[in-house]
Design a protein around this ligand. Structure first.
Ligand code: F0G
Length: 442
């Protein structure tokens, strides 16, 4: 990413030996014809990718590997470690569309992956690569989703795995999932950034393969979220794609996919890819504002959306390139805005974890600024399942999440009701809510 030299991905921390920046997968064969003759046939591939969904071969059924022509990273596809990842739904949001004032609002729900987050699409590629390379141990630092996903795929591949997590700063659901799949979990008295820093030293000293998003093979798999989104829209390019930003691997991967698809002639133009962060973890926002994207401004991260409690994002330079190439915006949202947006997505019968809800909260702000216009089509990337952080939802609906609730939060607050154990008491509750509803409609 720094000096553009072509190197095999050999260093333990996936940084270039020349310039120290991250590596990125490039495919020189795609550029060989100088754009005159297409190296891949877009219309034939679009058909083939869709057809593979009806195949009985697990490789074809995978929502990652059915796009294998755009991620040619394995020498032998028999190394692929598959858990039926990808093929996640694209839902239309009606109420949120009306309220935010856009005609066409969709969510691509990557939380519907096998371990409940978008990480699975990149984990299938990186763990497959690890198996092909013959490594014994894999490792990651995590706020809980990467670790859950890595643990599951490592278990399937028969690899041992080590996880570093910030102690008491990841959700119980994610910790339990990571333990269940058999990872060795170290809880460290530091934050995610501290865990990642320690791990980058560990991988230099021990024979263990890093699978954080610094590893470019992760991002190759994560590209498929964008490919699949376009397929689901009939290859009509939306105006905006809005992605949550933490360590910035996902926004980089989605941007990379779109740029490649454009370059290869699959789409006629690019959507704007915008990145939204939590106020207390807005390293990229500050980087753009204070240095115009030239050097990283790290922050001491704080947010209840623990998945994106990250202050020193590794892939910041890749994300800056995506913002520049697509003309996307980079914004932050407050804790109250995140909480209200999450509950609103829940109230539409979809649901997501807090980090995903920054996208809808961000959309409201981008609409206010006029960056997103009423007639435009918007896709929000929801990255994690609603059950990933049940504690957050319970605290929200019990009115205990934040010291002060905004009007929007109050609108969606739905506390559980304690009633006596008899039909009369339950009918009273029913009547109270029937009258309330009638009152609201009158
Ligand atoms: N949403 C969710 C649900 C996440 O778990 C993460 C990152 C992000 C968004 C941000 O994505 O880092 O690619 O910008 N979770 C990582 C983890 C850090 O360890 O699970 P990003």
């Amino acid at each position: 990413m720094g000096c553009s030299s072509l190197e095999p991905a050999q260093t333990a921390d996936f940084r270039c030996v020349q310039c120290g920046e991250l590596l990125e997968a490039v495919y020189p064969a795609w550029q060989q014809n100088g754009g005159k003759q297409r190296p891949l046939n877009p219309s034939a591939l679009k058909k083939a990718w869709l057809q593979r969904r009806t195949s009985l071969d697990p490789l074809d059924q995978s929502g990652v590997w059915r796009f294998r022509e755009l991620l040619p990273i394995l020498s032998d596809l028999r190394h692929a470690v598959i858990l039926a990842e990808g093929n996640t739904p694209l839902y239309r949001l009606q109420q949120s569309a009306r309220q935010s004032g856009v005609d066409q609002l969709y969510v691509k729900h990557l939380g519907m992956n096998p371990t409940g987050s978008f990480k699975d699409t990149g984990m299938t590629t990186v763990i497959s690569k690890a198996r092909e390379l013959g490594v014994k141990w894999v490792a990651c630092a995590s706020t809980g989703n990467t670790s859950s996903s890595m643990a599951a795929y490592a278990a399937r591949a028969g690899l041992k795995c080590l996880v570093l997590v910030p102690q008491d700063k990841i959700s119980v659901g994610k910790l339990s999932q990571t333990l269940e799949y058999g990872a060795i979990v170290c809880q460290l008295p530091t934050d995610f950034d501290g865990c990642l820093q320690i791990l980058s030293q560990v991988v230099q000293q021990a024979s263990i393969y890093l699978v954080n998003s610094a590893n470019p093979y992760r991002l190759e798999g994560q590209k498929t979220a964008a490919i699949e989104m376009l397929e689901q829209l009939g290859w009509n390019v939306p105006d905006h794609v809005i992605v949550p930003g933490g360590n910035l691997g996902n926004s980089s991967a989605i941007g990379k996919a779109l740029l490649e698809l454009h370059e290869l002639g699959f789409i006629p133009h690019l959507p704007k890819v915008s990145v939204i962060q939590a106020e207390g973890s807005r390293a990229l926002v500050r980087t753009m504002q204070e240095t115009k994207g030239e050097s990283l401004v790290s922050v001491k991260a704080e947010t209840l959306a623990t998945a994106i409690r990250i202050g020193s994002p590794v892939s910041w330079r890749k994300a800056v390139n995506v913002l520049r190439a697509t003309g996307g915006a980079c914004e932050y949202v407050t804790e109250q805005e995140i909480a209200a947006a999450k509950a609103q997505i829940g109230a539409e019968g979809i649901g997501c974890e807090p980090a995903s809800a920054v996208t809808l909260a961000g959309l409201y702000n981008l609409r206010k600024q006029g960056f997103v216009k009423p007639r435009e089509t918007v896709v929000l990337m929801l990255t994690g399942h609603v059950l990933k952080d049940a504690d957050y939802s319970i605290r929200f609906h019990s009115g205990q999440l934040l010291p002060e609730a905004s009007e929007a939060m109050k609108l969606f607050c739905n506390p559980p009701i304690k009633a006596e154990a008899n039909p009369k008491a339950v009918i009273e509750v029913l009547e109270r809510f029937t009258n309330e509803k009638a009152g609201a409609l009158a």
